[in-house]
Design a binder for this molecule. Structure first.
Ligand code: ZN
Length: 314
């Protein structure tokens, strides 16, 4: 009998304690076993929950301690997944350390991720990298962060609104089954679906208007920064992201797009409403992932450098 480690994050533990019967749309539809997920590799097992369950999303997103891991030992179940290599685990740990660094916003932590991914991208063989090289890069980054230089570099990144405009147009295809009072919901849905019929000039203005709403709610977004960080950690934990190879660069791009889309959904809502409580926010994110799981992943809409593109839409 072979034994491996099993990780249970705090969000799974507290979901089990608090939610005997979740009655959200996703749970009603998916039935038994949902929203529990078990991720298996040859050398470890991770417990998780689907973000598309509303009660699970609250546990994953709203608890700053959601990702504290409880470790036990379990028997190996036959599966076809590979072993997680030490390199991948180490890389994931470096990313997580940057995300949980309280001196960085979620956007800055993704910037640090892009710098490390850039190192990997430059290698001839994407499936192998030098662990020492990554450790020294992450130490250099830590030096820049503590000297305050890192934030300046991030601010100096080129602003490319065209990428965000293109993504905003595509957001007109998003269909959210979200639980909101009907008048609020109607107005929100109209504003969302009109995005792919607006003229180019109007989209340019719309993006500026929404970014203005973000500036007017800067304190709110500061307060919910940890929720965005929880999405990033969830992605790293849940998908073992980024695994090695070109996929990691594409996964980074998709993650940046998702975070942009979520932020824009919240801004569209905030352009009609003066408040956004955490419960509504978590419902938006959960509905978004429910929609995204059911829709085919769109073909990337850019032919640009994926890392630069990802940063430009953050
Ligand atoms: Zn549910």
């Amino acid at each position: 009998m072979e034994l491996i480690e099993n990780y249970q994050p705090e969000y799974v533990k507290s979901f089990k304690e608090n939610n005997n019967k979740c009655l959200c749309q996703a749970c009603k539809k998916e039935g038994n076993g949902f929203p529990f997920v078990t991720l298996r590799w040859k050398n470890q097992q991770r417990e998780s929950l689907s973000l598309s369950c509303q009660a699970a999303a609250k546990e994953i997103l709203l608890n700053p301690k959601a990702f504290i891991l409880h470790t036990t030992v379990v028997e190996v179940v036959n599966n076809f997944n590979d072993q997680i290599s030490n390199e991948v685990e180490m890389l994931n740990q470096i990313f997580i350390n940057n995300v949980i660094d309280e001196s960085l916003s979620y956007r800055e932590s993704l910037y640090s991720m892009s710098l490390l991914l850039n190192k990997i991208q430059r290698r001839d063989n994407l499936n192998h990298f030098d662990v020492q090289e990554l450790i020294s890069t992450s130490e250099e980054l830590a030096g820049l962060i503590s000297a305050g230089e890192f934030k300046k570099h991030f601010k100096d990144l080129p602003d490319i609104p065209e990428f965000r405009q293109r993504l905003l147009v595509a957001m007109g295809n998003i269909r959210l089954d979200i639980d909101l009072p009907s008048v609020q919901k109607m107005s929100f849905m109209l504003k969302l679906s009109e995005l792919n019929i607006l003229s180019r000039e109007r989209i340019t203005e719309r993006l500026i208007e929404l970014e203005e709403v973000a500036k007017n709610n800067i304190d709110l977004f500061d307060n919910v920064d940890y929720i965005f960080k929880n999405i990033v950690i969830y992605k790293i934990y849940h998908h073992n992201f980024p695994d090695l190879g070109q996929q990691s660069i594409t996964a980074f791009q998709h993650l940046c797009e998702e975070l942009f889309e979520i932020k824009m959904l919240l801004l569209i809502y905030l352009s009609d409403n003066t408040e956004l409580d955490f419960d509504v926010l978590s419902r938006f994110i959960s509905s978004y992932y429910r929609w995204s799981e059911q829709s085919a992943k769109p073909v990337p809409i850019n032919d640009e450098d994926e890392l630069l593109y990802g940063l430009a839409v953050l």
